[in-house]
Design a protein around this ligand. Structure first.
Ligand code: MN
Length: 156
């Protein structure tokens, strides 16, 4: 390979890798963001919801897309029938009572057993989207408890 060719290949590789990096940083929302949840006392700020499957569909599960604005999280709560979170974009946080805060990335799957008290939300500086699957929803609606304090959220 002559010198010009090496330089050309190097530049092309650089362009390729830079594009790849941009591609990785970009949000890939497959599902609609849905509606802003207005005046929902169980969220600390802006969050959007698009429901795909409801109790009326008689599958004993619900499926919805939830997007949290940066820094927004829901209150401590539990689901009598459990819940599964499929993380799709951005960066999130998840914590079960008595355990450390976990960082969530696209591709992560969170399995929440029935009655486990927990919260989920966005990273402080990044939006976050997950598909939330409510399982065995005939066991009853979520039970909501106190808001997640900044101390808990920032894991101080
Ligand atoms: Mn939950």
């Amino acid at each position: 390979m002559n010198k010009l060719c090496v330089i050309t290949v190097t530049i092309l590789m650089g362009a390729c890798c830079n594009n790849q990096s941009v591609e990785n940083d970009r949000r890939h929302d497959v599902f609609p963001k849905g509606e802003l949840m207005v005046n929902n006392p169980n969220f600390t700020g802006d969050a959007w919801l698009e429901m795909f499957v409801t109790k009326a569909d008689s599958t004993d599960c619900t499926v919805g897309n939830v997007t949290f604005a940066p820094g927004v999280r829901n209150s401590w709560h539990s689901h009598p029938g459990g819940q599964i979170l499929l993380c799709t974009s951005g960066e999130g946080r998840y914590q079960e009572k008595g355990k450390p805060v976990q960082v969530l990335k696209p591709g992560d799957v969170v399995k929440i057993a029935p009655d486990v008290v927990h919260w989920h939300g966005a990273a402080p500086d990044k939006e976050f989207t997950h598909v939330a699957i409510g399982t065995q929803v005939s066991k009853g609606p979520a039970r909501w408890y106190e808001p997640v304090t900044d101390e808990e959220y920032y894991n101080k």
